[in-house]
Design a protein around this ligand. Structure first.
Ligand SMILES: Cc1cc2nc3c(=O)[nH]c(=O)nc-3n(C[C@H](O)[C@H](O)[C@H](O)COP(=O)(O)OP(=O)(O)OC[C@H]3O[C@@H](n4cnc5c(N)ncnc54)[C@H](O)[C@@H]3O)c2cc1C
Length: 382
């Protein structure tokens, strides 16, 4: 499908609030099509390298970032995740080869969010665009959604009123843009907390696989971050005592805990104000979809703007968002179940179910992010 747009259209002023991975992807996709978006962020810079939040970069994200030349850079920097397995009591219940997924890229690779953001910023700087840091959107109600007026406040106390033709809220889960739109964020919070810790090892470790160990109740997930760092994520507060470390620990780099929410905004736009990424939807890290789904929003929105079809954005994205929320909710329930009977049924049937090639393919396609609509502007097979 073509990418036709007029020169006059390209001069539309676009303000992107938030320079996380999703805001940066939106800026880059617009810039490579000839737009000059302004991107601001109230933080001091990109996510710290050690604060490795989103870790899994899926094949769909690589497809989407390929035209901008970022996919190859991500692959060069990332840890390939070749195998994924689920074990319970030393027994391997499920083992998947992530390279079995058809297409140009493996289903998923591991790269810390800070590294992904820096690669996006590098590509954006080739278009002479950089985020304006320490500049915040102030959450004041927007009254004219066609020509939104908002206030930006800088760290030095100065402020500026802007009226962009298009405002993109990529300002995360607590989005000021979403609040200014007067949109709710309905959904639910799970009772369970998730805990995580990243360990750096002194000796060589196998970083080519990801694993979930089920403790019934509870789980500990293991994901590679870099060649010598592994992330453990768990529903158990005392999970560190259950880790079987693959080598001597050099350092515990980072630890965090959080409660999981499943929420999304609907519609994802009003007039010329659009919400992307965590500003529009949040869910559990099960399946590693959060950042990937947000980057997908950003790339679809940039394409629709270039096509002059941005008013279709919400209707096109909502089904994909609902699908991913439903799947991650199901996955999260599977790994957090506490009822012994339900646990026994899961442990018996999950391996049987995944013996079927079609079930394995469906799971792998979902890990790859290929279960949402294909980007029509990409003309090679994924
Ligand atoms: C522990 C953890 C593990 C995760 N693992 C994964 C994973 O493996 N894979 C995956 O895909 N996702 C994962 N996620 C989710 C992922 O981190 C988010 O989905 C992703 O960061 C969303 O990107 P974003 O750009 O929408 O929002 P954010 O990354 O939150 O970026 C929003 C930006 O907006 C800025 N901002 C906020 N308010 C304002 C304001 N008023 N004005 C201006 N700027 C503002 C912030 O400073 C920030 O830079 C994980 C999340 C957590 C917490």
């Amino acid at each position: 499908m073509g990418e036709g747009f007029g020169e006059r259209e390209k001069s539309r002023s676009i303000l992107i609030a938030g320079a996380g991975p999703v805001g940066l992807a939106a800026a880059l996709e617009l810039a490579r099509r000839g737009y000059r978006p302004r991107i601001i962020d109230d933080g001091a810079g990109p996510t710290a390298m050690e604060e490795s939040r989103a870790l899994g970069v899926n094949a769909r994200t690589l497809t989407l970032l390929s035209p901008a030349g970022v996919a190859e850079r991500i692959l060069a920097a990332a840890q390939p995740i070749e195998r994924f397995r689920i074990r319970s009591d030393k027994k391997i219940l499920v083992q998947l080869d992530t390279r079995e997924v058809k297409g140009r890229f493996g289903a998923i690779c591991g790269l810390s969010q800070g590294a992904t953001e820096r690669l996006l910023m590098e590509a954006l700087s080739a278009h002479d665009i950089s985020p304006e840091w320490q500049t915040a959107v102030v959450a004041e109600a927007i009254s004219n959604f066609q020509k939104p007026e908002i206030t930006l406040r800088r760290i030095d106390g100065t402020s500026e009123t802007v009226r962009p033709d298009i405002l993109i809220g990529a300002d995360g889960a607590h989005s000021a843009v979403r609040k200014a739109l007067g949109a709710g964020f309905p959904g639910k919070a799970l009772e369970a907390f998730f805990y995580l810790a990243d360990f750096r090892y002194a000796g060589p470790i196998d970083t080519h696989y990801a694993e979930i160990s089920l403790f019934d109740p509870g789980m500990v997930g293991r994901l590679p971050v870099t060649a010598d760092v592994i992330r453990y994520i768990s529903t158990l507060e005392d999970f560190e005592s259950r880790i079987v470390h693959p080598a001597a620990i050099a350092r515990k780099i980072w630890a965090s805990q959080f409660r999981i929410n499943f929420r999304h905004v609907e519609p994802m736009a009003k007039g010329n104000v659009f919400l992307v990424g965590d500003a529009a939807h949040i869910h559990s890290p099960a399946g590693a979809r959060g950042m990937n789904l947000g980057i997908e929003d950003a790339c679809w929105l940039a394409w629709l703007i270039a096509e002059g079809r941005e008013q279709e954005y919400s209707a096109l994205r909502i089904p994909a968002v609902k699908l991913v929320l439903k799947q991650t909710y199901g996955l999260t329930r599977l790994v957090t179940m506490r009822n012994p009977l339900a646990i026994a049924v899961r442990n018996l049937f999950a391996p049987l179910f995944l013996r079927f090639g079609s079930a394995r393919r469906t799971l792998l396609r979902s890990v790859a992010g290929y279960d949402t609509p294909r980007p029509p502007w990409i003309d090679w097979a994924e």
